[in-house]
Ligand binder design. Structure first.
Ligand SMILES: C[S@@+](CC[C@H](N)C(=O)[O-])C[C@H]1O[C@@H](n2cnc3c(N)ncnc32)[C@H](O)[C@@H]1O
Length: 503
């Protein structure tokens, strides 16, 4: 299989490999890489960390398909030479390839050369100087330089990509510095960054305080394997960020929310008008005003994916229909039943999560994915995760740190067993089956809004923080989870004895 170099973007490092794996699965493309290379890709040591990863992918066409969806890929290069300096690059090109092959390569083609640096920025004169250093090659005998091609299919983008590493950022104009490595090759495709611009929140008319940013919405839809013709649900839809991008990827979508005002504040500007603005109305099956603690769906496998950002009670309050304890008369008079707005009570975050997993167990098709955001703090432990016997955890290690007190994880699960009321009803399951054993997210509001705590609790936490400070909990814990994920994967793939991970 041909070898390609992926350059990932700098954002959301713990999400990148899972997005690549998910997108490859959407298109049924076999992608191989050496799992040891992840130590560099995901390293927290800036002197080692690098966003470049070599992978094997069957063809250029497959690379283009992956790049048409993956938003955390910057570009994919078919590397021709790799060296510490440009003199070495030139020597490699001229010695690794036959002279005739090189001089014929650009016949009847147009091309341009782009120079870019990771951890540095080049001025235009510097870029030209670098291009000149590799000019003495038969490769440039033919072909015509065109900066804005009219025919992309006949146009080649050569790239000189240097890697200085993040540590050397800021030393940008120090020309005496040597890069860690220089790659020279043909760019096969750019990642799907354009969709981030298309769904930019600043240009979306209807928004709420918890609208999910487009990059993470697109990543979530990719993790949910959303594709054309799928049926996708967001049970906590709010302003509809996930259903919009899933519709863009060709799914038919439906959204539910307990609060009409979250979906529709005004007649002329609401979730539906956003769909119309994007030209996606035909993909919206509808919105349902309902409470996810008693969902309106039949227990049959019908959704290909459930992608959602449940309320954690930090910004968007979690509530469910119910009577407050002090309410004396619980019967609604017959004449008030039409148009009756029920009373809401507190919906505890662990219950929100447990109900969500049950909904997924009941309504996802086998192989369908539940993708949801789980609030997390530095005290996170694996037993915090909600579980269900019908669902297999793929990963919970994609972590977005929001402040030093809390963050959120993108949890990805897959339905593996059909729900059976006799075996899987809540009443038949143990706490071990359901997870969330004393989870840290049960009192997240307190963790986030620390001021609300009593002074003794505050000083206790201060002590604890001092103790933990050296460890930088998040970072080490993420490392731990990544390792355990890798171990799990290698245990699962124990037939695959070589060093290469096959997705
Ligand atoms: C974090 S927001 C979702 C934001 C959404 N992803 C967006 O992009 O706008 C959570 C949503 O859950 C809704 N919600 C709270 N309790 C609910 C319940 N019991 N059933 C259904 N929706 C609920 C809230 O009204 C809120 O709109």
């Amino acid at each position: 299989m041909p070898k390609y170099l992926i350059q990932f973007v700098q954002q959301h490092p713990s999400f990148r490999i899972f997005e690549l794996e998910s997108v490859a699965k959407i298109f049924n493309i076999n992608v191989e890489y050496n799992p040891n290379d992840l130590d560099v890709l995901e390293s927290l040591d800036p002197s080692i960390e690098s966003p470049f990863l070599y992978v094997n992918i069957p063809s250029d066409e497959d690379v283009k398909k992956i790049c048409s969806r993956a938003v955390l890929i910057k570009q994919v290069i078919s590397v021709w030479a790799e060296n510490k300096n440009l003199k070495g690059i030139l020597e490699d090109i001229n010695s690794n390839y036959d002279k005739k092959f090189l001089s014929n390569y650009l016949v009847d083609k147009t091309y341009r050369i782009e120079v870019d640096g990771y951890g540095t920025k080049y001025t235009q004169p510097k870029k030209l100087e670098m291009m000149l250093k590799i000019s003495e090659s038969p490769l440039w005998d033919n072909g015509k330089v065109v900066m804005k091609p009219t025919d992309e299919s006949n146009h080649i983008v050569w790239t000189i990509q240097t890697d200085f590493g993040v540590e050397r950022q800021g030393m940008v104009r120090n020309d005496s510095l040597e890069p860690r490595i220089i790659f020279f090759g043909q760019r096969v495709a750019r990642g799907n960054r354009d969709d981030i611009i298309r769904f930019n929140l600043q240009e979306r008319k209807y928004l709420g305080t918890t609208s999910m940013d487009p990059e993470l919405s697109l990543v979530s839809a990719n993790m949910g394997l959303v594709k054309k013709g799928d049926f996708m649900l967001d049970p906590f839809v709010g302003t509809g960020s996930f259903i919009i991008v899933s519709s863009h990827f060709g799914a038919q979508t439906v959204g539910c929310d307990i609060d009409m005002k979250a979906m529709r504040k005004q007649e002329e500007c609401n979730l539906e008008t956003n769909f119309a603005d994007y030209g996606l109305s035909s993909h919206l099956m509808g919105t349902v005003l309902c409470d996810n603690s008693c969902p309106p769906w039949r227990t049959i496998p019908m959704f290909d994916s459930i992608i959602t950002d449940p309320p954690y009670g930090v910004r968007a309050g979690a509530k469910k229909v119910g009577y407050k304890d002090n309410r004396r008369n619980r019967d609604i008079p017959e004449e008030c039943k039409v148009g009756h707005v029920p009373q809401y009570i507190e919906y505890k975050v662990p219950d929100v999560m447990a109900d969500l997993l049950e909904l997924a167990a009941k309504t996802l098709v086998i192989g369908g994915r539940l993708v949801y955001w789980l609030p997390t703090s530095p005290d996170y432990k694996e037993t915090d995760l909600p579980r269900h016997p019908c669902l297999r955890l793929i990963t919970a290690s994609c972590l977005q740190i929001l402040t030093n007190r809390w963050g959120r994880r993108l949890v990805i699960m897959e339905k593996t067993i059909n729900y059976n009321d006799e075996i899987h009803h809540k009443s038949k399951l143990t706490q071990d089956d359901l997870g969330q054993i004393d989870p840290q997210h049960k009192d997240l509001r307190q963790i986030v809004f620390w001021k609300a705590m009593g002074s003794s609790e505050k000083s206790l936490r201060k002590e604890k923080k001092k103790e933990n400070h050296k460890n930088i909990d998040y970072i080490n814990e993420r490392k731990k989870i990544n390792n355990s994920d890798n171990n799990n994967n290698s245990n699962n793939n124990n037939e695959n004895t070589d060093n290469t991970k096959i997705i």
